[in-house]
Design a protein around this ligand. Sequence first.
Ligand code: SF4
Ligand code: SF4
Length: 245
Amino acid sequence: MALDTIKISETLAAKWGARLGMWLEICARCGLCAKGCHFFQSDPRPEHVPAYRLKPLRQVLAAKGNISEADMAALVDTVYGTCTMCQRCTMYCPHGINIAFMVRATRALAVSVGLTPKGLASGLANALEMGNNLSITAEEYQETLDWQLEEVQEEMPEAACPVDQEGVRSMVTFHPRDIKFYPGNLYSYLKLYNAMGEDFTFTSQGWDSTNIGLFAGDDAAAGTLAGRVVAAGERLKVQRVVTAE
Ligand code: SF4
Ligand code: SF4
């Protein structure tokens, strides 16, 4: 299918603002940001200098969105494949330029024409459909919590693992991989909160602490996923949400 450059232009116009314009304008290409980037530190090529991530945005701006399929493919490679949006580079930039913010804005161009990388798109679809990005069922969730509570109770017989308890101080959310791959992390959370005497609960809804919509550059999906965590916290009337990632 041909690239929908009209859609790219519309998304670019919607994303464009004073902040993006100023940052693109004032970047001195000094390269100081490279020191903060783990890509550059592990593989010090010019393409891994954080400011290089702005190249696709500059290109697409110059072309007013009317870019070739090859340039779009390069854009996708750069902004999804060479940046984790960690923001460390911003700490090293004398102007405080937020490369991650601009990478995210550039990812939105790919999202607008359905070019989100496959693995990310399927994780996002899982999150929207199943409530978590690894398609964990409610049964698997509860069984894993029960299992880890049993382990903790061998050392701390009074330990508890409340789920959907209303009116407590802290609602605990975490990465779905803790259920699927690293249940020992749940053991640690349970042991810690019980030892601290923390007034906490897990939640059966809105427990996935990752926002894969935000990472993908899909604002609508990011809003939906964040809204679920907020709704869970409001439903349980908790004072705060604790996020472990
Ligand atoms: S440190 Fe800041 S000004 Fe220098 S190249 Fe990086 S983003 Fe641009
Ligand atoms: S935000 Fe991206 S470019 Fe900046 S340090 Fe993190 S990975 Fe590197």
